[in-house]
Design a protein around this ligand. Structure first.
Ligand code: UDP
Length: 236
């Protein structure tokens, strides 16, 4: 039995690179699509927000001389590219998907509204909500907190390449240990880097739990939906 009725899945753009140094790895893309199909077939309503870090990030662009606002707009366009790729991969395996954009750009995607996204999910499509919040100086983590709250998701599932939140960065500190659950307040107090503070605060203030897990292992999304303890739960 599925533990959640409606989820907001956040996928990082960077993970989409797979083994490549840049862009979209078709193998990783198809693995993601397969995992999403699995839980969609269980009847879970799915909203998705994808990052754009595999293509462009405004902040790193501005460090190289780009205007920050234009750089962020480029980053938002990158998330649209990733969203189109994911919708195409989902449709190819028979899962309906609809791309929404936070900035008007028909016919690439439909201009986002909460009600249109919910309607799409209730009619059996995966709603992919692209272009972040539509505003510069935000991240797709904040975009996914916002969309998760708006679409009244039961949880935000943050798919990463590590299997949860650790006392320190496990890739640098081998003695780091994993939390099975943690509160938002502890994240602030311990200075843990889970998401940026804007995104964390939005979830805290609106009581949206976050579940951090490793999305790069096939079958993990299904395990999370079934309630297996494979990641870290963040709550109030
Ligand atoms: N971005 C933005 N506003 C938003 C969401 C994203 O300006 O609401 C831009 C920002 O430049 C960001 C880029 O889009 O660096 C890609 O998103 P992000 O860095 O969150 O992607 P990820 O790290 O998840 O791949």
């Amino acid at each position: 039995m599925a533990r959640f009725k409606r989820i907001l899945l956040k996928l990082s753009g960077e993970s989409l690179m797979g083994k490549q140094g840049y862009g979209i790895d078709p193998e990783r893309l198809n693995d993601y699509a397969q995992q999403i199909k699995e839980v969609h077939d269980m009847g879970v309503q799915i909203g998705i927000v994808i990052g754009g870090g595999n293509i462009f990030r405004g902040l790193s662009g501005s460090q190289k001389g780009f205007d920050r606002v234009k750089g962020d707009q480029m980053g938002m366009c990158a998330t649209v590219i990733n969203s189109l790729a994911l919708s195409s991969a989902l449709e190819a395996i028979g899962t309906k998907a609809k791309v929404f954009t936070a900035i008007r750009m028909e016919p690439i995607g439909e201009f986002y509204s909460k009600w249109k996204a919910i309607e799409a999910m209730e009619h059996g499509a995966v709603a992919i909500m692209s272009a972040g919040t539509g505003n510069p100086y935000f991240t797709t983590d904040t975009g996914s907190s916002l969309r998760g709250i708006e679409i009244e998701a039961d949880v935000m599932l943050k798919g990463t390449r590590v299997d949860g939140i650790y006392t320190a960065d496990p890739e640098k500190e081998p003695t780091a240990t994993k939390f099975s659950e943690i509160t938002y307040d502890d994240i602030y107090k311990k200075g843990l880097k889970v998401m940026d503070l804007t995104a964390t605060t939005m979830c805290k203030e609106n009581n949206l739990p976050i579940y951090v897990f490793n999305m790069d292992v096939l079958g993990n999304l299904r395990k999370v939906i079934l309630g297996e303890d494979i990641g870290t739960l963040v709550h109030n």
